[in-house]
Design a protein around this ligand. Structure first.
Ligand SMILES: Nc1nc2c([nH]c(=O)n2[C@H]2C[C@H](O)[C@@H](COP(=O)(O)OP(=O)(O)OP(=O)(O)O)O2)c(=O)[nH]1
Length: 333
C-alpha cells in the first residue's frame, strides 16, 4: 500500500508545527545542535557539528519523506516559525516499526516541547503509516529523555548498547516501545449505546459493520483515523448502534455520515458476526454485505479508503475482532 505522502502536510500541536525542514533552517539548526549538552544525547550527531552537514542533512530529509522512509521534521513555533528542535521517525518496513528520535535546543528546554512534538508524531505515525509499533531509546544517563517517552505512553522494554558518534563509541541505553494499545484513548462504550447485558464483567458493545462489494468483487476498507481507538487499523465501515436503533438503521446512518452513500435496508444482507473481548468491553459486531447503494463512495471524515481484492485482505492490518470475518469473506467471495 502506498502511504508515503508526496507532499507532507505539517502536523499541528498546541504550540508548534511539525513541518519539513527547509534550507533556511540550516543556520539555526546548526546553532542549536552544535552544543555539547544536546549533541551528547544523540546517537547520530557528531560533535563538533560541521556547518555543511546541516545543509546536507536538511537536503536529504525531503527525499526520505517522499520515499516514505523517514520523517525528520522541524519543530517550529506557530507564532513566529522559529525552529526550536527536530523530531523524526525512521522506518523499518520489514518489521512494521519505526524508530523515534528528537532533540530540543538548550535555550528552549523546560517547556514540555519534546513530549508535545514526539507525542504528536507518534500518534500520527501509528494512525497513518503501516506500522504496528514505534521504538525509541534513551541513554541511561538521560533521565529527562526517558521521562519524555514514558509521558507519551511508551513502555520500557529493556536495555542495550548503541553507538554514539558524539561519544566516540558504544553507550548503554534504555529501550522503549509503543504500540496502538499503549496510546489508544480509553475504549469506553458510549453513553448513547443501549444497555446490553454484561459478559464476564465487561459491557457488551454492539457495532454494525458492512462489507461493501463493488462490481469487481472488491471490498471497501476504511482506515480508523488518528484520535480513535485502534487508529491506523483498517476496518469494515460501520459504527456503534445507538439506543433505540436497529443494527440496520445504524448502518444506514453511518454509511451516509462516513461515506456519503444511501443504502436501503433491503440491500443489507446479514453475513456473519464477530464476538471479541477487548480489554474494557466485549464487541458484538454483525457484518452485513451490500452490493447496491446510491451515490459515490467518498470519505466524509478524511479517512483513507481502499477497495481491496478478497485475496489481498490479509495485507491490511485490521482489529483482532475482524480476523475470523476476513477468512469467511475471502472464502465466500
Ligand atoms: N466499524 C467497525 N468497527 C470495528 C471493526 N472491528 C472492530 O473491532 N471494531 C471496533 C472498533 C471500535 O471499538 C468499535 C466501533 O466504534 P467506533 O468508535 O468506530 O464507532 P462510531 O463510528 O460510532 O464512532 P464515534 O462516532 O463514537 O466516534 O468497534 C470493524 O471492522 N468496523
Amino acid at each position: 500500500m502506498p502511504d508515503s505522502a508526496l507532499t507532507f502536510a505539517p502536523l499541528e500541536t498546541e504550540r508548534f508545527l511539525l513541518r519539513p525542514l527547509r534550507a533556511e533552517d540550516a543556520a539555526e539548526l546548526h546553532r542549536l545542535v552544535n552544543d555539547w549538552e544536546v549533541a551528547k544525547t544523540l546517537a547520530r550527531v557528531p560533535f563538533p557539528y560541521p556547518r555543511d552537514l546541516a545543509d546536507e542533512w536538511i537536503a536529504s530529509t525531503a527525499d526520505r519523506i517522499v520515499e516514505g522512509e523517514a520523517y525528520h521534521l522541524a519543530i517550529a513555533r506557530k507564532t513566529d516559525d522559529v525552529l526550536v528542535g527536530c523530531v523524526g521517525l525512521t522506518r523499518d518496513r520489514d518489521d512494521r516499526s519505526a524508530e523515534l528520535g528528537y532533540w530540543v535546543g538548550r535555550r528552549h528546554w523546560g517547556q514540555g516541547i519534546a513530549p508535545e512534538a514526539a507525542g504528536r508524531l507518534t500518534h500520527w505515525a501509528l494512525a497513518n503509516l503501516d506500522l504496528d509499533r514505534i521504538t525509541a531509546s534513551a541513554l541511561t544517563d538521560n533521565a529527562r529523555s526517558a521521562a519524555v517517552l514514558l509521558r507519551i505512553g511508551f513502555r520500557e522494554t529493556g536495555t542495550g548498547a548503541q553507538d554514539f558518534l558524539s561519544r566516540g563509541g558504544a553507550m548503554p541505553v534504555r529501550l522503549f516501545e509503543a504500540g496502538r494499545a499503549d496510546l489508544s484513548p480509553a475504549q469506553a462504550a458510549p453513553a448513547a449505546a443501549p444497555a446490553l447485558p454484561e459478559g464476564e464483567g465487561k459491557r457488551i458493545l454492539l457495532v454494525a459493520a458492512v462489507g461493501l462489494i463493488d462490481p469487481d468483487n472488491r471490498v471497501l476498507l476504511a482506515r480508523r483515523p488518528e484520535g480513535k481507538p485502534l487508529a491506523g487499523l483498517w476496518e469494515f465501515p460501520g459504527g456503534k448502534v445507538h439506543a433505540g436503533e436497529t443494527p440496520e438503521a445504524a448502518l444506514i446512518r453511518e454509511l451516509k455520515e462516513e461515506l456519503g452513500i444511501d443504502v436501503s435496508e433491503a440491500c443489507l444482507a446479514p453475513f456473519a458476526f464477530a464476538s471479541h473481548g477487548y480489554e474494557s468491553f466485549h464487541l458484538l459486531m454483525p457484518l452485513y454485505l451490500c452490493r447496491r447503494w446510491d451515490g459515490m463512495v467518498t470519505a466524509q471524515e478524511g479517512q483513507a479508503l481502499a477497495w481491496v481484492r478478497p485475496q489481498r485482505l490479509g495485507d491490511y492490518a485490521m482489529p483482532p475482532a475482524d480476523k475470523p470475518l476476513v477468512a469467511l469473506l475471502r472464502d465466500f467471495l
